[in-house]
Design a protein around this ligand. Structure first.
Ligand code: LLP
Length: 421
């Protein structure tokens, strides 16, 4: 896009190219942020997260009287993000004891937390009961067994649960993030669900609030939620239904995901049509709240011409696994020279050929020392970061109103040794 004046809509809300042609996120010049905080770095606009959280809470509040919006915190598990979304009044979905600990530290009250997992340990369930967690999503009969055993040791305690059901629906998305098909590892099959529900309802220590499904992630179509509801409708009437998350986001300029408003309208309409208007709706958005709020800054280290032009940066599959796991496609720009001219592959620094962040990028004459930016790294980037090749995981910098604040520091060499005994 030679001569582009504006970053595409995939960048954080409020981003712009300033008079010097440099990208600004949250009012901060990202080239200056790179100098201050180093690279690679995740730069996040908390105002973007706040705006999207408010939009979804507003849309649900307007559409249905009883609802709860729950942040699927696996998308961006860091204390500052937990704190922000707790302040916004959301509930929180945690997928493990570790996320539970982070959610509590971030300020979520236990009764607003929902514990998930297809392989919960006794320790995780005991921790959840001890802190007074609001909701456990039972995935299998072992969850029910262990909950009953643990509750027997806790006289008078009753635990609210939802049962996760695999509705047998496979929406269009990458197979690794399609989770509600007939042969999934998640939840009770439609065949086993009636017995599991009857058993849980029989227990005087378990309170069955309702059913849960999460059919997949990065969904660009709202229709499958209705199909999933129709699949589980025959399992009984319950006070609540949890529809999981799934709303897709735009990773590249041409992507047109459903709007938050259309997504909410489709889900609410489907619940009202299939289950009736009085059922409380729980939604678990992750990606849609945080993905577009974040960009990653890298420094170009080398440029070479083999068959293709290869632009190598100081990060890669240690800070963004998504291209390698799902073939995810990203955009890239030189942060102070938006536009194209040089077709190239943006490669990471890791010791394998698959470590390519962006194939067929179009950059303006990339050179060593340039700051390169990839947008839409707010979801599942920090979350899945790792220390492959001794990488030190990047900091998270919040940028708002022209001020930048470090909320997660960069890992150090010392950190790489801290667990050695
Ligand atoms: N609820 C449950 C039970 C989930 O398992 C998930 C995501 C969500 C909600 C939130 O889904 P979202 O709104 O973010 O689509 N690492 C993958 C994504 C894995 C999603 C797993 N579950 C990625 O980078 O695309």
């Amino acid at each position: 896009m030679p001569g582009a004046q504006h970053p595409s809509h995939v960048y954080p809300l409020g981003s712009r190219l300033n008079e010097a042609g440099r990208l600004e996120v949250g009012g901060c010049d990202v080239v200056e942020l790179a100098a201050e905080f180093g690279t690679p770095a995740y730069v996040v606009a908390p105002d973007d997260i706040r705006a999207r959280a408010r939009a979804i809470v507003r849309a649900y509040g307007a559409a249905t009287p009883a609802c709860d919006v729950v942040f699927a915190s696996k998308a961006f598990p860091c204390t500052a993000v937990y704190r922000l979304l707790a302040q916004e009044g959301l509930g929180c979905d945690v997928a493990s004891g570790g996320e539970l600990a982070m959610a509590l530290r971030g300020g979520f009250s236990p009764e607003r937390i929902h514990l998930h997992g297809n392989a919960k340990t006794r320790e995780e369930l005991a921790h959840a009961l001890d802190v007074g967690i609001g909701h456990v999503i039972a995935d299998n009969t072992r969850d029910l067994d262990v909950l009953e055993e643990l509750l027997a040791e806790r006289p008078g305690q009753v635990q609210s649960i939802l049962l996760r059901i695999a509705p047998g629906i496979s929406p269009a998305t990458h197979p690794s993030i399609s989770t509600g098909g007939p042969n999934t590892k998640f939840g009770f099959s439609l065949h086993d669900a009636p017995a599991a529900i009857a058993r849980a309802q029989d227990s005087d220590r378990l309170h069955v609030e309702g059913l849960h499904f999460h059919i997949g992630s990065q969904l660009m179509d709202n229709a499958p939620y209705q199909a999933a509801l129709e699949a589980i409708a025959g399992l009984g009437s319950f006070p609540a239904v949890n529809l999981g998350g799934g709303l897709g986001v735009a990773y590249v300029e041409a992507d047109r995901p459903p709007s938050i408003e259309d997504y909410v309208a489709a889900k609410v309409r489907a619940v009202h049509d299939v289950l009736g208007p009085s059922v409380r709706i729980v939604d678990e958005p992750g990606r849609a709240l945080v993905a577009n709020a974040g960009v990653t800054l890298y420094t170009v280290q080398s440029v070479k011409h083999n068959v293709d032009t290869w632009v190598a940066v100081d990060g890669g599959m240690s800070d963004n696994l998504r291209p390698m796991l799902y073939g995810a496609v990203y955009e890239a720009e030189i942060a102070d020279r938006f536009g194209g001219g040089t077709r190239c592959n943006v490669a990471g620094k890791h010791c394998e050929s698959g470590d390519v962040l962006v194939r067929d990028a179009d950059l303006d004459d990339p050179r060593p020392g340039d700051i390169l930016v990839t947008p839409v790294t707010g979801a599942y980037g920090h979350a899945m970061a790792n220390t492959y090749n001794g990488a030190q995981r990047p900091p998270v910098v919040f940028a708002s109103g022209g001020d930048a604040r470090l909320v997660v520091r960069r890992e150090t060499h010392e950190d790489l040794f801290t667990r050695d005994v």
